[in-house]
Design a protein around this ligand. Structure first.
Ligand code: ADP
Ligand code: SF4
Ligand code: MG
Length: 332
């Protein structure tokens, strides 16, 4: 992929801390997203992976400003929409239409008291799209057809649908406002394995038809490796590696990504049997009190004294392949 491609979304040192009370008059902070810098090219799928609790959802929601950022910068389509240093906070209304979210749990994200038509229609009404009664009904039918349902489904309630169908309704709602960019937050992890690939294939078809750009969040690399152009790996709030999907999966350079990849089953059963799996020591530490220096140092097999002292910065180690690890520094 050439470096001249248009960046649709970019974050620079985006940080999100959640204040939590820790006793009388004391506040601590969950350091959920720690200065994440990355960009997403127009039309691509960027996969974002990492263990549960590492900050993927928080990153996606902060990027959409559903959560107010703690600090950093967000650029959308060349416009700075948030910059803590310059105190820029634009009105998000026009951007809300362009930037949508597909939720992890479809049943929880659909109001059980509303019909499917009302759910999709609400998204249209918020942005004053298709105000005429017939146009609105036609648009809802068209969206339902687009996601593999039909116009009769508009009069039914969410509980009348299977999990896969509910996720299709969530996707139709996101598409209703003609977005350019969608954060897909583990859109298939709550679904039966048998229908996961149908939903993924549909998202890929929609991307090809409409030219959408995706941030595709998953806790499992095997889900994103085939559909992502590039992949970012997060550990305890930090982006630790970023690269072309094939390159990152074939040659992961960060010790944490190497561990994640060693857990992904290979298609060749013989290779699967003979290769070694790297097992991490200990649990993921709490983002309330993250380790000093490199956040991975408490579990990293290569950690040195420097790792506990100094946080490594994300650096480009091969064209388009970034990682944050002292061991990769020249001469280290
Ligand atoms: N609203 C919130 N208030 C306080 N802590 C939160 C909130 N949302 C998420 N967190 C914490 O932030 C960390 C990252 O969570 P999350 O972004 O949901 O991770 P992931 O999506 O990778 O599983 C977790 O420790 C989680 O408990
Ligand atoms: S900086 Fe140190 S602790 Fe962190 S991943 Fe690299 S070698 Fe491991
Ligand atoms: Mg999540």
């Amino acid at each position: 992929m050439s470096g001249e491609r248009k960046k649709l979304v970019e974050t620079v040192k985006l940080r999100k801390y959640f204040p939590v009370s820790s006793g009388f008059f004391k506040t601590s902070h969950v350091q959920a997203v720690q200065d994440v810098s990355l960009h997403i090219y127009e039309g691509e799928t960027l996969g974002l992976v990492g263990e549960s609790g590492c900050g993927k959802t928080t990153y996606g929601r902060t990027l959409l400003q559903m959560y107010s950022p703690t600090s950093g910068k967000i650029i959308y389509d060349g416009q700075t929409i948030y910059d803590s240093e310059k105190n820029i906070r634009v009105d998000m209304k026009p951007y809300r239409r362009k930037m949508q979210l597909i939720f992890q749990d479809p049943s929880a994200s659909l109001d059980p008291r509303m019909t499917v038509g009302e759910i999709i229609g609400e998204a249209l009404d918020i942005h004053k799209l298709y105000p005429g009664k017939q146009d609105r009904a036609d648009r809802i039918s068209e969206l339902l057809t687009r996601v593999g349902l039909n116009s009769e489904h508009a009069n039914r309630f969410p509980h009348e649908f299977s999990g896969g169908q509910q996720q299709r309704i969530g996707i139709a709602r996101a598409l209703a406002v003609e977005p350019q960019f969608i954060v897909c937050d583990e859109p298939i992890s709550a679904l039966d394995v048998s229908i996961q690939s149908q939903v993924v294939n549909m998202l890929e078809d929609l991307q090809a038809q409409i030219g959408l750009t995706y941030l595709f969040i998953a806790h499992d690399l095997s889900v994103v490796r085939h559909i992502s152009n590039r992949i970012g790996v997060m550990y305890l709030g930090c982006l630790v590696e970023l690269g072309e999907s094939y390159e990152l999966c074939a040659h992961p350079i960060h010790p944490y990504s190497q561990t994640l990849l060693s857990a992904v089953p290979l298609t060749d059963p013989e290779k699967n049997r003979t290769r070694s799996r790297i097992l991490l020591q200990g649990d993921i530490p709490s983002p309330l009190n993250p380790p000093s220096g490199c956040r991975f140092h408490t579990r990293c097999p290569y950690a040195t004294e420097r790792c506990a002292r100094e946080m490594p910065q994300l650096k480009e180690h091969a064209p388009g392949h970034y990682a944050a690890c002292h061991m990769l520094d020249a001469g280290a």
